[in-house]
Design a binder for this molecule. Sequence first.
Ligand code: NAI
Length: 268
Amino acid sequence: MNNLLANKNGLIFGALDENSIAWKVAEKCHQEGANLILTNAPIALRMGKIDVLSRKCKSEVIPADVTSLDDLENLFTKSKEIFDGKIDFILHSVGMSPNVRKNRNYGDLNYDWFLKTLDISGISFHKIMQVNEKLDSMNEWGSIVGLSYIAAQKTFPFYSDMAEAKSVLESVTRSYGYRLGKMKNIRVNTISQSPTKTTAGKGIKAFESFYKFADKMSPLGNASAEDCANYCVFLFSDLSRKITMQNLYHDGGFSNTGISEEIIDNFN
Ligand code: NAI
């Protein structure tokens, strides 16, 4: 432990169970000395195991559906009271597509669900930052991180309308990153993470095969949720103060690999 986040207050969205990327991030941030508040959708709080994490991290849990401005206002107002101060970092680790969940083909999308996908997984990043700005909830030099996937740049057929949601997420990162940088030196980035064995990950069709494919394609192998948590700690710490408006690949080299020997061997 290096106390990289000592005296920092962090808000973590999206810890559902011990496999969640947000769960690992919360554990690491706690180890590095941060004060935390955890949040998730009310239904996820009922079905998940967040109480275990909250005890471990000595942090309170405040329910919030990321699509609801009222919930977010309540969340940011209460966080300020609990911390008795402003927030230093935020993790947005939230994603859900009703079309993917219900196996709707990309050529047969339900458009109400498509809008829901965009709202939950992309627009919510803007909502969080807008409420945060209006309530002036964040300290100067704060850091905001969202989790993305390379399907925003290249097509992966099974990723369906989540690809569009990740494009929204990454675009909001640039636009709001500029605004918050100018206003308060706050940085905004996304981490484009390797396939990771979580509830959301396994919800994607043929996930196991794709997980193995990505692992063999990447010279360093897939980045795990723990690896991602370490990267988040760095991005929340004062060591990354001039990194902003970036989509940061955290994928063992997958994004820059054309083909690997292991994949070629599969065809011999
Ligand atoms: P997860 O299923 O553990 O986390 C997703 C979270 O989103 C859950 O905690 C869920 O309750 C929350 N959520 C869904 N709807 C919500 C709503 N309306 N309001 C508030 N919270 C809501 O899965 P994972 O993998 O940890 O996902 C975290 C992020 O990482 C997502 O953005 C996902 O797209 C991204 N990601 C995941 C990868 C993977 O292979 N698992 C790869 C690249 C990115």
